[in-house]
Design a protein around this ligand. Structure first.
Ligand code: HEM
Length: 328
């Protein structure tokens, strides 16, 4: 009896250690060195080709990567299509404005031709976001590889995991802390809003009926409010507005200048002035754009590495999808 008992415990421990080994495998540089040596070069080349034709997709890929990582970790779940029985992340309200799915599918199929069934969609998205930003904009961060693709994608999980544009500073801090980020990461990653565009619907609550009395948000500078009202008429949900009014095509620190001057487009941007630590970062980078650029790029790289490794599936968890929009 005692033998059987020990035997069972021993077997359980062995099983647990195998299980644990599989789960603790880590991302690494050059993960595809032996299995698909050209993977990183293909993604880089394809990204450069895409960005040369459609430069605005750099912002779209960066946002897509963020939305992937904050919901179920960076597992490519944002790329899955809905099925008859499941409404996927892609079809949740905040993700309806994501762009660039077709380009990601094309990069994946180019990689698949070279190395079928080897490189995950999650890794391709992480590389693509990095390469798109570094190709045109100069900011660069190292990307460790070995992410595997998730098999689950639920629309119902999105709102609870992504910060909303009307979040105040406490809600933002709580949202980022829940993913392991510091307050500094929050202000640094918000700097991604230095490129790209937004639909009027994401901020029009600030323009026409902020407190239900037909007013606008006093946190917005009045000329900027007037400008936004010209761009977004009442009930206009579909028009696009540049998020960084000075240079929305350039990845720089002028986002912080906009925020410091009460021209942060979303409540979440303006809210960075409501906390001592985030305000100090904003004002420092607003005041010294040239000197600040280097420090911003360095900070951004550190926070992006952290973001790109949230909750990854490694080892034998998940799968390597053949097509990014469907599980195998
Ligand atoms: C701090 C919390 C954040 C909130 C509340 C937020 C919210 C939003 C919203 C509402 C839009 C516009 C969507 C639309 O109407 O089309 C947007 C765009 C964008 N966001 Fe964020 N975001 C946040 C953080 C981030 C982070 C961490 C990144 C990347 C690291 C990011 C990258 C972008 C980019 C690049 C765009 C422009 C996309 C395009 O041009 O298609 N955002 N964000």
């Amino acid at each position: 009896m005692a033998f059987t008992y020990k035997h069972v415990i021993f077997n359980v421990l062995v099983l647990l250690s195998i299980f644990n080994t599989c789960h603790t495998e880590e991302l690494k540089f050059g993960f595809y060195k032996n299995t698909c040596p050209s993977a990183e070069a293909i993604v880089k080349q394809e990204t450069s080709r895409i960005i040369s034709v459609a430069p605005s997709l750099a912002a779209a890929f960066l946002r897509m990567h963020f939305h992937d990582c904050f919901v179920r970790g960076c597992d490519g779940s944002v790329l899955l299509d809905s099925t008859r029985n499941n409404k996927a992340e892609k079809d949740s309200f905040p993700n309806l404005s994501l762009r660039g799915f077709g380009s990601i599918a094309r990069v994946k199929s180019t990689v698949e031709k070279q190395c079928p069934g080897v490189v995950s969609c999650a890794d391709i998205l992480a590389l693509l976001a990095r390469d798109a930003i570094s190709d045109k904009h100069g900011a660069f961060w190292p990307v460790r590889l070995g992410r595997r693709d998730g098999r689950v994608s639920k629309s119902s999980e999105v709102l609870a995991n992504l910060p909303a544009p009307n979040f105040n500073i406490s809600q933002l801090k709580a949202s980022f802390a829940s993913k392991g980020f510091t307050t500094k990461d929050l202000v640094v990653l918000s700097g991604a809003h230095t490129i790209g565009v937004s639909h009027c619907s994401s901020f029009s609550n600030r323009l026409y009926n902020f407190t239900g009395k037909g007013d606008s948000d006093p946190a917005l500078e009045s000329n900027y409010t007037a400008f936004l009202m010209r761009r977004c008429k009442r009930m206009d949900v579909g028009s696009l507005v540049e998020m960084d009014p000075r240079s929305y095509k350039v990845f720089d620190t002028s986002y912080y200048k906009a925020v410091a001057n009460k021209k942060g487009l979303f409540t979440s941007d303006s809210s960075l002035l409501a906390d001592g630590e985030t305000r100090a970062y904003v004002t420092r980078h607003a005041a010294t754009p040239d000197r600040g650029l280097k420090s911003f790029f360095g900070d951004f790289a550190k926070s992006m590495v952290k973001m790109s490794e949230i909750g990854v599936l490694t080892g034998n968890r998940g799968e390597i999808r053949k097509t990014c929009s469907f599980v195998n």
